[in-house]
Design a binder for this molecule. Structure first.
Ligand code: 13P
Length: 339
């Protein structure tokens, strides 16, 4: 294992003022996003949309890495440049989603476990050849009546740790993503408790599997009110609760925490990240790895029309810039109005 190289890549991803674009929607998920704007999910449309994102001029000032889906890693720009090379030429690090999705956990109603370990060593070797320098595996934890169970947390932590160890063996930085979903009427305290319990088990599994933490990144949910909770915590409360929770359970050896947006509005996701960074330095960098919160406005502006490409790229650039500012606690509402 080239520990030094792993650490260098992890640190480059969480460098000041930059974060990750998660553009790794699986085929069913990108279909959902395209359905929302009335665009058919064909290979050509998916390619065109991803090209639009990746060629947005200047976005590399705020985007350090992009997570791709298997199909996208193998696609090229209209001019014939493979996407991983196109990104690398802009100084953006290409990454790859390697899990095969969260499936129902047999015997545990309402809970899921992520699949994809079989054959992963071989797939990682190929992804590395294709230019991926980091990877992502997402575990899904649902809050509900009597769940998550300890068994579900352990099953997911175990899979995350096996994935992370395989990535490092292949010279790929693993992004470890245990997502506690926002769905439900639970309050922020319950989210904090479940998030802390989840992360304790994840780090305990990572230790047992001899994962080199300096060469990993964590991609978690923020500690936040459930979507249907009548009492919605604002940015200061979310920031304080998230940082306090993570300080208890995330080792300082981890270079960075790259939050997912998880269904927050674009602006909410930016405001919450900004509030955390405004609290001052922490043991790890606090950054973003947003899918929806970076792309929602872009999709709406694009609508599948080539004529809308420039407007769509402006929308993407704007959100990337706002989140780049939030990395330093320097975001303000005025940035939205100025745009
Ligand atoms: P969202 O930011 O839309 O939650 O997506 C991030 C991601 O990659 C989830 O796995």
């Amino acid at each position: 294992m080239d520990k030094q190289r792993l650490e260098e890549v992890a640190r480059a991803i969480v460098q000041t003022g930059k974060g990750i674009l998660a553009a790794d929607e699986s085929s069913p998920t990108i279909k959902k996003r395209f359905d929302s704007i009335g665009v058919e999910s064909t290979e050509a449309n998916r390619r065109a949309y991803r090209e639009l994102l990746f060629t947005t001029e200047g976005a590399e000032a705020f985007i350090s890495g992009v997570i791709l889906f298997d199909e996208t890693l193998r696609q090229s720009s209209e001019q014939g440049t493979p996407f991983p090379r196109l990104l690398a030429e802009k100084g953006i690090i290409p990454g790859i989603k390697v899990d095969k999705g969260a499936k129902a956990l047999a015997g545990f109603a309402g809970e899921k476990v992520t699949e994809g370990l079989d054959g992963l060593r071989e797939r990682l070797a190929e992804y590395r050849e294709l230019g991926a320098q980091f990877a992502k595996w997402r575990a899904v934890i649902t809050i509900g009546d009597g769940i998550p169970t300890r068994f579900c947390l352990e099953a997911n932590a175990h899979a995350l740790a096996r994935y992370a160890a395989l990535c490092q063996e292949a010279g790929i930085v693993p992004i470890v993503e245990p997502e506690v979903l926002m769905d439900g009427g639970h309050d922020i305290a319950r989210c904090r408790d479940v998030t802390a319990e989840t992360l304790k088990r994840v780090y305990s599994a990572l230790f047992e599997h001899c994962v080199y933490l300096e060469g990993t990144l964590l991609k978690p949910n923020m500690v936040i009110s459930g979507k249907a909770c009548p009492q919605q915590a604002g940015p200061e409360e979310v920031a304080a609760a998230t940082v306090a929770c993570f300080r208890q359970v995330v080792p300082a050896a981890v270079p960075g925490i790259v939050f997912l947006s998880g269904g927050q509005s674009s602006q909410q996701a930016t405001e919450n990240l900004n509030a955390m960074n405004a609290m001052g330095p922490q043991p790890w960098e606090l950054s973003f790895s947003y899918g929806r919160a970076l792309q929602a406005d872009t999709l709406k502006a694009w609508k599948g029309q080539r004529a809308n490409a420039a407007a769509a790229q402006r929308a993407f650039y704007h959100r990337a810039k706002c989140n780049g500012a939030a990395r330093k606690g320097a975001y303000s509402r005025a940035m939205e109005e100025a745009a």
